[in-house]
Design a protein around this ligand. Structure first.
Ligand SMILES: [Zn+2]
Length: 165
């Protein structure tokens, strides 16, 4: 989610602009710790997930994985078949032993069982991120409109991220 997307969502959830900006900055600065343990597995997972979606759609999307501490937002699609992922935001730091992680979606479809907010292993949450950003690489699915939601839904099915899939 980009900064603009975050603030838009936060305002939609009823918060003011200043509060939304403060919340974003809080999240932005909350990335602490060291990452060594999960780097290889997470990069492999991203590559495999992108490959599975490329194969499903006949596309050639390329993933860029950023481990910079200041990279907190991910994006996909703009300017061609690329997704760019803020890895530290989605991959647990060394010593983070939580079993359940959260991949939150927009409030407007957060409750959807097929494209909504996802709880699960960090691996599945990271795959959800890939599914989300890969969907932006489709020509008619740049925004979070109907066509994007349909593509995203199929991406989550393809990556076996939904209970019924
Ligand atoms: Zn998006």
């Amino acid at each position: 989610m980009t900064k603009d997307e975050f603030i838009f969502k936060s305002i939609k959830d009823g918060k003011g602009y200043a509060e939304s900006l403060a919340l974003w900055n809080q999240g932005h600065n909350s990335i602490r710790g060291e990452w060594t343990i999960n780097i290889a597995e997470s990069e492999q997972l991203v590559l495999e997930s992108v490959e599975a979606l490329n194969e499903y759609w006949g596309m050639k999307v390329r993933p860029l994985m950023s481990w910079g501490r200041s990279r907190t937002s991910s994006w996909g699609g703009y300017g061609g078949g690329k997704i760019s992922l803020a890895m530290k935001r989605h991959v647990p730091a060394d010593g983070d032993t939580r079993d359940v992680h959260l991949f939150s979606e927009y409030s407007s479809f957060a409750k959807s069982p097929t494209i909504g907010t996802f709880n699960g292993s960090w691996q599945d949450c990271l795959a959800c991120l890939v599914a989300h950003e890969h969907a932006h690489c489709h020509e008619n699915a740049v925004n979070h409109e109907d066509s994007w939601r349909d593509v995203y839904r199929w991406n989550r099915v393809t990556l076996k991220l939904n209970p019924s899939s």
